[in-house]
Write a protein that binds this ligand. Structure first.
Ligand code: ADP
Length: 489
C-alpha cells in the first residue's frame, strides 16, 4: 500500500472524518443520555419527597407511632425499588429510614445527614462504600402546626451507570467496526472510481509516434476526470498533426529531390559516355556521380521511412513460410558474405507460417544481414535462425562482429544515427538501415530486439505473430536445419 497514493490519502481522510464524526456523535449521545437519566431520576426522587411531604406528614400528629413507616413502605416500597427514604424531624429525630435495598448496593444508615442551611432543599451525589454512588434529594416541609421536616429520597446511581456503560461498550464495539467497514468500502470505492484513470494510463502508455491516431477513452463524469481525458486527447490530436506534418514534409522533400537527382545522374553519366574528356575530369565526374548515387539512396530510404511512418504504404498481407523467405534471402546475399570472407549459415524451422508483407519483411532481413556483413570483420560468422513458439515466429540475425556498446544501443534505430561515422560512411551507410527496419516492423506489428556485446557480436531478433492456422503442425516439431551457404575460411 502506497501512503502517498490518492487512493490511500482519500481513504485515510474519509476514515478520519468518519471516525471524528462518530466520536462526536458518541460523546453527544453519551452526555445527552447521562443528563436525561440523571434528570429523570432527580424528578422521580423529588416527586417522591414532595408526595411524602405533602400527603403524609400533615397527618402525623393524629396517627399512631409506626403509621408513617407502614404508609411509606406500602406506598413507595423503597427496599423493593432500591430507593432510600429518610424523614427527619426539626430536632434531628429520624422519623423514618428505609431498609437496605434488595441488591445491598448501599446501607441507608450510612447515608450522611446533610443540612439544608436554611434552604428549601438540596440535591447531592454521595459516594458510598463499594464504589456505589447515590443521588439524594432533600426537601424541607412545614406542617400546618408549624413543625418542620426534612424528607430525603435517594437512589443508587448503578442502573444509570449500567446503561451508560452498556452504551459505551456498544459505541466502543460498533464505532471501530463502522470505521473499518468505511475504510474497506472507501478503499474499494476509490479503486473503482480510479479504474478509468488506470485504463487511460494504460492506453496512454501504449500511444507512441506510430499510433497517434488512437484516442484515450473519455470518462463521462462531467468533472475533472472527463476534462483530463478530453484535454489529453486534444494534446494527442495536436501531436498527431505535428507528426503528420513532419512526415509529410520529409516525404514531400524526398519526393521532390528524386527527379532532380535522377536528372543529375543521367547528365553526369551522359557527360562521361558522350564526350572525350580529360581522364582527370572523368575521375571527378565519376566521384560526383558516386555521391549522387549515395544521395539518391538516402532520399529513397527517407521516402520509404516517411511513408511508412505516415501510414501511406500499402501493406500487402499474405500467408507464407518465414523459413523459406529467410533461406532464399540468405541464398541471394551469400556472395556478399563470401566476398568479405565471412561464413553465413541459415537454420530455419520448416512450416513457420506468418501473415505479413513478404517484400517488406524481406527488406528487414536484407538490412539486418547487410549490417551483419558490414560490421563483421573477415573470417567472422553470421547466423540466421528462424523458429517459433506457441504464438510467435522469430527470425534472428546474429554475427560475431564488432558489436554495439551499451551507450550506443538505444540509438541505433534513430534516423541518421551511426555509431562510427567514418566506418559507416566507408561502407556506404547513412544511418537509415535500422530506421527502415524499425519502421517496417512497426507497420507489420512486429517487435525487434537487440542484444550485443562490444567486440563479440550482435543479435537482432524480430518476432511477429504466427498466422492463425499455420499448417497445423507445431513448427518446433518439424524443425529442419537448412544450411544455405558453405563456410569459407
Ligand atoms: P548504417 O547505414 O550506418 O549501417 P544502420 O541504421 O543500419 O546505419 O545502423 C546504425 C548503426 O548501428 C550503425 O552505424 C552501426 O554502428 C550500428 N550497427 C547496426 N548493425 C550492426 C551490427 N550488426 N553490428 C554492429 N553495429 C551495428
Amino acid at each position: 500500500m502506497n501512503p502517498r497514493s490518492l487512493r490511500f490519502r482519500m481513504t485515510a481522510w474519509y476514515a478520519g472524518l468518519l471516525a471524528s464524526a462518530l466520536l462526536l456523535f458518541g460523546v453527544f449521545v453519551y452526555a445527552g443520555l447521562e443528563r436525561y437519566l440523571d434528570f429523570s431520576l432527580q424528578k422521580t426522587l423529588t416527586e417522591q419527597s414532595r408526595s411524602i411531604g405533602t400527603q403524609l406528614l400533615a397527618s402525623i400528629p393524629s396517627k399512631r407511632p409506626g403509621w408513617l413507616a407502614s404508609e411509606i413502605n406500602e406506598a413507595y416500597a423503597p427496599d423493593v425499588n432500591g430507593h432510600f427514604i429518610r424523614v427527619t424531624g426539626a430536632d434531628g429525630e429520624i422519623l423514618y429510614l428505609s431498609g437496605p435495598p434488595k441488591d445491598n448496593s448501599f446501607d441507608p444508615s450510612r447515608v450522611p445527614s446533610f443540612t439544608t442551611n436554611g434552604k428549601e432543599g438540596y440535591l447531592k451525589h454521595f459516594g458510598m462504600a463499594g464504589g456505589h454512588r447515590l443521588l439524594v434529594t432533600g426537601m424541607v416541609f412545614t406542617n400546618p402546626d408549624g413543625k418542620r421536616f426534612l424528607v430525603e429520597s435517594g437512589a443508587a446511581y448503578d442502573p444509570i451507570e449500567n446503561i451508560l456503560h452498556g452504551l459505551l461498550v456498544t459505541l466502543g464495539i460498533y464505532m471501530p467496526l463502522a470505521v473499518s467497514l468505511a475504510i474497506v468500502g472507501g478503499y474499494w470505492l476509490m479503486r473503482r472510481s480510479l479504474r478509468p484513470v488506470d485504463e487511460i494510463t494504460k492506453r496512454a502508455q501504449g500511444i507512441t509516434s506510430t499510433n497517434l491516431s488512437e484516442r484515450l477513452p473519455i470518462i463521462k463524469t462531467g468533472d475533472e476526470l472527463e476534462r483530463l481525458s478530453t484535454a489529453l486527447n486534444h494534446m494527442i490530436a495536436r501531436l498527431d498533426d505535428a507528426f503528420q506534418h513532419i512526415n509529410r514534409f520529409s516525404a514531400d522533400a524526398s519526393h521532390e529531390l528524386r527527379t532532380p537527382l535522377t536528372i543529375l545522374q543521367l547528365e553526369l553519366e551522359g557527360m562521361i559516355q558522350h564526350y572525350r574528356l580529360d581522364p582527370e575530369l572523368v575521375d571527378q565526374i565519376g566521384s560526383a556521380l558516386e555521391e549522387t548515387h549515395r544521395l539518391s539512396r538516402i532520399v529513397e530510404n527517407l521516402l520509404v521511412i516517411s511513408r511508412l511512418d505516415a501510414g501511406e504504404v500499402h501493406i500487402e498481407k499474405m500467408k507464407f513460410d518465414l523459413g523459406e523467405l529467410a533461406v532464399s534471402t540468405v541464398d541471394q546475399m551469400k556472395l556478399l558474405a563470401e566476398e568479405k570472407l565471412l561464413s553465413m549459415q541459415c537454420h530455419a524451422a520448416g512450416g513457420v507460417y506468418i501473415e505479413a508483407d513478404q517484400a517488406r519483411l524481406k527488406q528487414v532481413i536484407v538490412n539486418l544481414i547487410d549490417n551483419a556483413i558490414k560490421y563483421t570483420p573477415p573470417g567472422g560468422g553470421i547466423n540466421i535462425d528462424v523458429g517459433a513458439n506457441q504464438h510467435s515466429a522469430t527470425v534472428e540475425v546474429s554475427d560475431s562482429g564488432v558489436g554495439i556498446s551499451a551507450e550506443v544501443l538505444p540509438h541505433v534505430f534513430e534516423r541518421f544515427y551511426r555509431a562510427d561515422k567514418a566506418r559507416s560512411r566507408d561502407s556506404g551507410g547513412a544511418g537509415l538501415g535500422l530506421a527502415i527496419v524499425k519502421a517496417i516492423c512497426t507497420a507489420l506489428g512486429a517487435e525487434i530486439r537487440i542484444t550485443s556485446t562490444e567486440g563479440l557480436g550482435s543479435r537482432f531478433i524480430v518476432s511477429l505473430p504466427l498466422a492463425p492456422s499455420h499448417g497445423g503442425e507445431s513448427p518446433n516439431t518439424t524443425k529442419v536445419p537448412i544450411t544455405v551457404s558453405e563456410e569459407r575460411s
